[in-house]
Design a protein. Structure first.
Length: 161
């Protein structure tokens, strides 16, 4: 039996533009940062529900996937390896002051699925900022797990849930 708990998927995030925060010494690095930002933007749009893409276009972009949950998983699966690669390369450099400042300039902000959302909270969700790429990775993995759980509830027969 699987309990219904849709709140983890209700995360919100703010815009990140990697190529504006990190200096690139060559065009290949700049392209990778732009690709990372592009993949992140798609995720921002679907979790903040701000996408202007129609269902038909989204289905075509995802290779014909009809399930919104599967499309969301595919988007995350495109972003996570790029983010992990960036973290790996930043770890190779070490924790120099410039890298810490660049990461801080990203202003990585996410809402919490655990914070209460009441009718009286007219300003929207409360955002938490931690200036560390591992926070971004952790929140993205949490979102991935929540969407996998949602997918499981789609696939499981009604009596088993």
């Amino acid at each position: 039996m699987m309990l219904q708990f849709p709140d983890p998927v209700k995360l919100k995030t703010r815009k990140l533009v990697f190529e504006e925060a990190y200096a690139a010494r060559d065009s290949a690095t700049l392209e990778q940062l732009k690709e990372l930002s592009s993949k992140r933007r798609v995720i921002e749009e679907f979790i903040n529900e701000s996408s202007s893409i129609t269902e038909a276009i989204a289905r075509e972009m995802s290779g014909g996937l009809t399930s919104q949950v599967q499309q969301d998983l595919q988007r995350l699966e495109g972003y996570l390896p790029l983010l992990e690669n960036l973290i790996f390369h930043i770890d190779l450099i070490g924790s120099n002051g410039q890298m810490v400042r660049w990461t801080s300039d990203l202003k990585i902000r996410w809402s919490s699925a655990l914070s209460s959302s009441s009718f009286f909270n007219l300003l929207g969700p409360k955002f938490f900022q931690i200036d560390n790429l591992r926070f971004e990775l952790g929140m993205t993995l949490f979102l991935y797990g929540a969407i996998l759980r949602e997918r499981a509830s789609e696939v499981l027969p009604t009596g088993v849930q």
